[in-house]
Design a protein around this ligand. Structure first.
Ligand code: ADP
Ligand code: 5GP
Length: 207
């Protein structure tokens, strides 16, 4: 059985990295898709763990060579998902979690329509602004660009399967984990287990 895909999108600063980082250690079968980007690393970000940081030339070459399952220009930088890595993980039965924007989500859905999509919302625009500026990672110009994009990104939220409001962090993490749990219990994923049960002799028969 190949693994399932989970896509998470949100405007910058809502807290999706924070939520994902709390969930990953508790879900050993869930692999995080480390994206490629041309954006510069922030303090504390590690290449290969947070992103694969590429030059523009290397990224454009990746596009030409068909390296990306999806890619998009977001806030003036390129971001993309390495298709080979995702395929090898899903074939090995791992679930894969993507932190990608709305453009990337549409591209992944076009080739993997059963992917589960989750959009994370801020409790208010004021708290989004406070979180993004409080993180202290963006220049004034970048901050303005990211806040200006937030409303257009949120306008895409209605076509996602699930919407989570990240007000209380622990609650948002619990909401996200309930989605993972519910998808794992879906009939189509449990059928192999059911088949095994049905082909076993019943306790009556084995007497
Ligand atoms: P994103 O990955 O969506 O850009 P981050 O995970 O980097 O956002 O979070 C942005 C900032 O908001 C961080 O400083 C983080 O600690 C803070 N944050 C995340 N979730 C909450 C929350 N529920 N309440 C208050 N602050 C939060
Ligand atoms: P950040 O620079 O804050 O890490 O990410 C900016 C935006 O780029 C976020 O909306 C994030 O979800 C998106 N992003 C990160 N990786 C990818 C990717 O591989 N593909 C796409 N399409 N978007 C990505």
């Amino acid at each position: 059985m190949s693994g399932r895909l989970f896509i998470v999108s949100a405007p910058s600063g809502v807290g999706k990295t924070t939520i994902i980082q709390s969930v990953l250690p508790r879900w050993p079968k869930l692999r995080y898709s480390v994206s490629c980007t041309t954006r510069k690393p922030r303090a504390g970000e590690v290449s290969g763990r947070d992103y694969h940081f590429l030059s523009r030339e290397a990224f454009l070459e990746g596009i030409q060579k068909g390296r990306f399952l999806e890619w998009a220009e977001v806030h003036g930088e390129y971001y993309g998902t390495d298709g080979n890595v995702v395929e090898s993980w899903t074939q090995a039965g791992h679930d894969v979690l993507f932190d990608i924007d709305v453009q990337g989500a549409r591209q992944v859905l076009s080739c993997h329509p059963t992917a589960t999509t989750v959009f994370i919302l801020p409790p208010s625009m004021a708290s989004l602004e406070a979180r993004l500026s409080g993180r202290g990672t963006e220049s004034e110009a970048q901050l303005g660009k990211r806040l200006a994009a937030a409303a257009a990104e949120m306008a895409q939220a209605p076509w996602y399967d699930y919407l989570i409001v990240n007000d209380d962090l622990a609650e948002a993490v619990a909401d996200f984990e309930s989605i993972l749990r519910a998808v794992r219990c879906r009939r189509e994923y449990q059928v192999p287990q059911l088949r095994t049960l049905l082909t076993l002799p019943s306790p009556q028969q084995s007497k």
